[in-house]
Design a protein around this ligand. Structure first.
Ligand code: ZN
Length: 264
């Protein structure tokens, strides 16, 4: 049988030891989505993959598979970018780790989405460049839910359909992934996390903005925290688990307050 050879760009999401000399690598590829591959001899012969298989590295890879069900062999890897800043700065690393964890929990091997690949690459690039880390995490999550089929509905109350944001008090219901108005909360005994009209508008415009313009959107600090809280709690519902690195991200909030203000 002729082996399948693939050449594609990819981001390293995970890496662990396999035996004495090999590494098992999880990649998110431009053309093939998430793939697990074995890098033979990567631990012993450092020369072949030197500094290339670190977390978050952006590579061009050559993958070889006997058939579509077999474990891929990582034949070659060329470094496009090591995103070195992500590994040298605690705040950036933490934000990238949150993004990585959401990705690993939500996306399985074989699942591919070019939009998601672009979002992942954009997020790591923005963090590496020094864009405000909390804002990048917030923007990533907003798009991420969309691409995995859980787009937050932010236009109207899912129960009664009311959409006049200024005239109603809205909440976000994580079970439905939608807004619910205060009237329906009272009437139907539903619950939700309060969301101010300003934050709803900001999130909605971020949903519609192109990736190229996304980081230019000005987000007020109070809206950012409000949005992060909702998106994090929505993630708990969608993934049915906690995001371990979120605790570390929370630690960066206070220490970053001064730096955060300086970004504006
Ligand atoms: Zn309603």
């Amino acid at each position: 049988m002729t082996p399948i050879i693939r050449e594609t760009d990819a981001i390293v999401l995970d890496s662990h030891d396999h035996g004495e000399s090999d590494l098992i690598i999880t990649l998110y590829c431009r053309d093939n989505g998430r793939i697990t591959a074995i890098a033979k001899g990567a631990k012993k012969s450092k020369r072949r993959f030197v500094n290339k298989l670190e977390l978050f590295s952006f590579l061009q890879v050559t993958l070889r598979q006997r058939n579509s069900n077999s474990l891929a062999l990582l034949q070659e890897a060329e470094l496009h970018s090591g995103f070195i800043q992500l590994r040298q700065n605690f705040t950036k690393y933490t934000a990238a780790s949150v993004i990585r964890e959401f990705t690993l929990f939500a996306i399985r091997d074989g699942e591919e989405d070019e939009r998601f690949y672009q979002l992942l690459l954009w997020s790591l690039h923005m963090l590496n460049k020094g864009e405000p880390h909390l804002q990048i995490v917030m923007l990533f999550l907003l798009r991420f839910y969309d691409y995995i089929g859980y787009r937050p509905e932010l236009r109207h109350c899912f129960s009664c359909g009311i959409s006049e944001l200024s005239s109603s008090d809205f909440r976000f219901n994580t079970s439905t992934g939608s807004l619910i108005c205060a009237k329906c909360v009272r009437a139907a005994g539903q619950s939700g996390i309060p969301l101010s009209p300003g934050t709803i508008k900001m999130l909605e415009s971020c949903q519609h903005s192109s990736l190229e313009r996304l980081h230019r959107i000005k987000v007020a600090e109070s809206s950012l925290y409000e949005a992060l809280n909702v998106l994090h709690r929505y993630g708990r519902h969608v993934l049915q688990r906690d995001i371990i690195s979120w605790r570390m991200l929370r630690k960066t909030i206070r220490s970053e307050m001064t730096e955060w203000t300086n970004y504006r």
